[in-house]
Structure formats: structure tokens, C-alpha cells
Design a protein around this ligand. Structure first.
Ligand SMILES: [Zn+2]
Length: 369
């Protein structure tokens, strides 16, 4: 897809645009190229913001940089916003508008284009922040970048809101799953998938799948598709070798024919049952659910997942509904800011069984536990 026409900023003032798609769809490459064309060869000034979850992208001195998966790097120094405090964007944008030291393209003063990376990670206050920016800066062109879906094929965080409200450019990537003859599928797709090496986690085992990793290496029969009850957001382990075989988890791209999400059907069935019950009653004893679904393998893990991610809360033996911004039945649950998602989880210790030692270490280091 050619996005270079967006360099004609005067045609897009006041517009909000999204670049969305799966991993490896080259969203960031498009951003870097466009920001360069605007910065270097047009009269306009572009600024890039991202959030502090993007920890892997720093230069040798530890300063944040915008780096594509293929290694291209933007010359613009990004504004770093706390994903839980998207309001920071208002302050930082105001500072940028008053900037009198030239940026790396020699420009100062008012911002014409605001790119925001990793939007899928911002919390539910983000839409309001964008609406305020639009009111305050009616001439500004805003580009929101983010993953369309998580590996569970759910709209990813606020990207559902962004993609349904604004001009959407949907990029695709090639399916990286190997077919029976170990040849890559290659079909264009919009879905990200996640695989797990069952030898590295205690809590899950499934059918093996073969894949091309991000370095182009074939990894045969080592990984399995990560089940629906694995945590949605897990940081990627750093690459230590030129293949991904040694990792616990591997993010990839899979077409609708090859994408698998084990235990999705079962999780939906249990979720529907609980939420339908909670229409007519305030709380539901957890024993009722366990008894009804005892035959489903991993039912405890599924309940843990529903209480962690799907708007259900466990409290003293009963299940109740959490407060939400959107997503009640089978929509993606977007929690109300008042909800503490660390509380009210059914058997939270089960989560650890789905993580390897390396991942637990990484989560601890990032302060996510
Ligand atoms: Zn495929």
C-alpha cells in the first residue's frame, strides 16, 4: 500500500488516520519513511510519540528510538508517554508546539503531524485525550499506529475504537506457518498469532506446528499455538541468537486457515454461561460453574483468564461482573479506570504455570508482576 501521498499534509489537516495491521506488516517502516519525507522534504513538522512499554527500542546510550522490525531507525527523537497516563500527551504536545531548539530535521515551532506509535497499549483514557487534542489543535493531522488484533483475534485495546472512527489504512503480512511439506503458506493476512514451546511451561501442552521465525529460519515441530487463556500481553524475550528456537514464545503471522486459538470455543461457552446467569442474578457461586464444566480440560485456567481479562470478578466463592468502558458479552473487555484488575482473580497462581523461568524473570524486571 502506498501511503506516501499522506506527505501532502495540507489535504489532511484535522484528520485522524490509523495505520493498523498484524506484526510484520511494516507499520513502523511506513511511519519512519513518511516522517522522513515530511521532516526532510516538506515545509511541515512531524513529531512521533510512543509509550514507555516500548522498552526494547533504545540506542546505545539508552535513549528511546523508533526502530522498525527490519532495523530502520527514525531520526526523530520520540516523545515518551506513560501508557496509563495518556494525558501526558497534551503537555508534551504543548511543549513541542513551543519548541525553539531545532529537531533533527532543523525544524521548530508548531507541529503539523503527530504520529502515535503502539496505540494498542494505551489505556481507556486515550480516546478522550485524542478528542481534546482535536479540539485544541484543529489543524493537526494525527496518525495512530497499532496492532489491529491481539493473538486472540480480539481488537487490541483502543485500536477497535480508533479503527472504527477514523480513516483506516490496513496493512497485511504473509502467513509464516509451514504447511505439511514444510513450505511456507505465504497468504496475506491481518492476524497475529502466538506460539509457545510446551517444554518450557508447566501448564499447557498442545499439537505441534512449524513456522518461519522472524529471521527467516524454519522451526519445525517445536512450538504449539498458545491457548486463549495465556496472558494477552507478554513482553517479547530479547533475541540472543539469529533464530527464535530457544524462546518460550514466538510471535508470528497466520492466515485465517492456519490461525489457531486452542480452547477458544470452551472459553466462550463458559463466559456466555456466566454472563447470561449474571443478567438475572447479582452473583454466581463458582461451584456451579466448576460442576457444569468439569469435563473441560483446563477449566480452572479458563476461569482464571475470564476473571483476569474478560470483565468477571472472583470474590469469596462467587463471580460478579466488573465495571467496564465497553465490551460486555463477547466484545473485548475495556475496563473502567476504577477497576483494579490485580484483584478478584480466580486462582491467580495458575498464571505462573503458563510462564517459563525466563519470562517470569523478564516480567519481574519490567515490574509487570
Ligand atoms: Zn496460512
Amino acid at each position: 500500500m502506498d501511503l506516501q501521498h499522506l506527505v501532502a499534509v495540507h489535504f489532511h489537516r484535522g484528520e485522524v488516520i490509523t495505520f493498523t495491521g498484524p506484526m510484520r506488516a511494516e507499520k513502523t517502516t511506513h511511519l519512519i519513511n513518511l516522517a522522513k519525507k515530511i521532516g526532510k522534504y516538506s515545509p511541515y513538522r512531524a513529531v512521533i510519540a510512543t509509550n514507555h512499554l516500548n522498552t526494547r527500542d533504545t540506542d546505545k546510550e539508552g535513549n528511546p528510538v523508533i526502530l522498525s522490525a527490519g532495523g530502520e531507525r527514525s531520526e526523530l527523537v520520540p516523545l515518551i508517554i506513560d501508557h496509563k497516563n495518556p494525558e501526558e500527551l497534551l503537555e508534551k504536545l504543548a511543549e513541542e508546539n513551543n519548541r525553539d531548539t531545532p529537531d533533527n530535521y532543523g525544524k521548530t515551532g508548531p507541529v503539523d503531524v503527530l504520529f502515535i506509535e503502539e496505540c494498542n497499549f494505551f489505556d481507556s483514557k486515550f480516546p478522550e485525550v485524542i478528542e481534546r487534542i482535536k479540539l485544541e489543535y484543529p489543524e493537526l493531522m494525527i496518525v495512530l499506529l497499532g496492532l489491529n488484533y491481539n493473538f486472540k483475534k480480539e481488537t487490541f485495546g483502543i485500536m477497535g475504537w480508533a479503527n472504527s472512527n477514523f480513516t483506516k489504512y490496513e496493512l497485511k503480512a504473509n502467513c509464516n506457518i509451514l504447511k505439511g511439506n514444510y513450505h511456507a503458506c505465504g497468504m496475506l493476512t491481518e492476524y497475529t498469532a502466538r506460539l509457545v514451546n510446551p517444554d518450557k511451561v508447566e501448564g499447557y501442552d498442545g499439537e505441534k506446528v512449524s513456522v518461519i521465525d522472524k529471521f527467516g529460519k524454519k522451526i519445525k515441530d517445536t512450538f504449539t499455538f498458545d491457548p486463549i487463556f495465556s496472558p494477552t500481553v507478554l513482553p517479547e524475550e530479547k533475541d540472543t541468537e539469529d533464530n527464535e528456537k530457544q524462546k518460550t514464545r514466538l510471535y508470528t503471522v497466520a492466515c485465517s486457515k492456519h490461525h489457531k486459538l486452542p480452547y477458544k470455543k470452551e472459553a466462550l461457552e463458559i463466559e456466555s454461561f456466566i454472563k447470561n446467569q449474571l443478567i438475572s442474578r447479582e452473583s454466581l457461586p463458582v461451584e456451579i460453574v466448576l460442576e457444569k464444566f468439569e469435563k473441560i480440560k483446563y477449566h480452572d485456567q479458563i476461569l482464571r483468564y475470564l476473571t483476569e481479562e474478560k470483565g468477571i470478578k472472583y470474590d469469596n466463592g462467587v463471580l460478579i461482573l466488573r465495571n467496564y468502558v465497553s465490551g460486555t458479552a463477547h466484545g473485548n473487555y475495556l475496563p473502567h479506570p476504577s477497576e483494579n484488575l490485580k484483584e478478584g482473580i480466580y486462582k491467580p497462581e495458575l498464571r505462573n504455570l503458563l510462564l517459563s523461568e525466563a519470562e517470569k524473570e523478564l516480567l519481574k524486571k519490567l515490574g509487570w508482576t
